[in-house]
Write a protein that binds this ligand. Structure first.
Ligand code: SF4
Length: 318
């Protein structure tokens, strides 16, 4: 849960999760949709699906015991170099430096490294590995993480209260914060998308996103990106035809929302639509017709929840 996500955001999810799924067997045996519902809003949903796969593998291939050797553990879905090192150092005191963003910043400053190149990463790894001969590897990783999050912050290094100050090379300079040099971040693209709440009587259509795609396994309204020169209504009718094979009457506008993901942002406009009876629903995606009160039982992306908030205010029906 903590990958790419701040501790304060994770804590309520973590507590709720442990109450419902107190052990790995519970996760392995749970319905994936229920797990995604509990993860809803935390983002990076692959982590959740991998967690279930990991639980299943540990149960079937390892008789319920999580492997404690690096090579075995890193084979488990969702476990990469960082997770393997962090977990094995903290739970079994194995000497694996866990190079997260905080530790890389602290060590780049400590060794006065301007770039986070592959070579410098290796140098940093070896430096921490050598320290691990003289102390608990788990404590060393956690201490460096804490220094990074509490003392050696990206824009301000509080060297006067840092236990590394005496030997830190960047601390001897006027601007320790200039190590490592900040990367130039390209501006992220924005996409204009349209979605339709397609009604048939008191139910509307939702589609499940493909597991391999961004937000995989979550449900959403049909729709897609607006193409050059298209107006919203035309784009929506086209997208629905392409995605679901049906013709719709695009009716009143529900509203627009903005949502920012890590690599792009969307501006989503949504409309009520009515299903034209002379066409047949044809889609490769799993689909359901649901009533508004069933939303609470299924996982949806955050952007959809912003639309639900508008619909809850203005009333759901056309
Ligand atoms: S001494 Fe200063 S620059 Fe060096 S690790 Fe500590 S806080 Fe960061």
């Amino acid at each position: 849960m903590l990958q790419q996500t701040q501790v304060d955001t994770v804590i309520p999810y973590y507590s709720k999760w442990l109450k419902k799924y107190p052990c790995l067997t519970d996760v392995a045996k749970a319905n994936e949709e229920d797990l995604l519902k509990m993860w809803e809003g935390l983002g990076y949903y692959n982590r959740c699906r991998n967690f279930k796969k990991a639980g299943e593998i540990v149960l079937t291939d390892y008789a319920g015991e999580i492997p404690t050797d690096y090579d075995g553990f890193i084979q488990i879905p969702g476990v990469g170099e960082y997770i393997a090192s962090a977990v094995l150092s903290m739970s079994h005191d194995k000497p694996h430096p866990a190079l997260d963003g905080n530790i890389m910043r602290v060590m780049s400053r400590f060794l006065k490294k301007k770039t986070v190149s592959r070579y410098n990463k290796k140098v940093i790894h070896n430096h921490i590995f050598n320290w691990m001969e003289f102390g608990s590897p788990g404590d060393i990783n956690q201490a460096l993480m804490d220094i990074g999050s509490q003392i050696c912050k990206p824009n301000q290094a509080h060297c006067y209260k840092c236990p590394l100050e005496k030997s830190c090379l960047a601390a001897q300079t006027k601007s320790p914060e200039s190590y490592p040099a900040t990367k130039f971040h390209k501006p992220i693209p924005n996409y204009d998308v349209v979605t339709g709440v397609i009604w048939e009587h008191d139910k509307f259509l939702i589609l499940k996103r493909d597991e391999k795609n961004h937000l995989g396994g979550l449900w959403e309204f049909p729709g897609g990106k607006i193409q050059n020169g298209e107006n919203h209504r035309k784009a929506l009718a086209r997208e629905i035809k392409e995605e679901c094979g049906i013709d719709v009457n695009v009716q009143s506008k529900i509203g627009s929302i903005k949502h920012v993901y890590s690599h792009f942002s969307i501006h989503m406009t949504s409309f009520h639509c009515v299903f034209k009876k002379n066409t047949i629903l044809k889609t490769t995606q799993p689909n359901r017709w649901i009533k508004p009160d069933q939303i609470k039982d299924l996982p949806f992306p955050k952007a959809n929840h912003k639309l639900f908030a508008i619909l809850n205010k203005q009333g759901w029906h056309v």
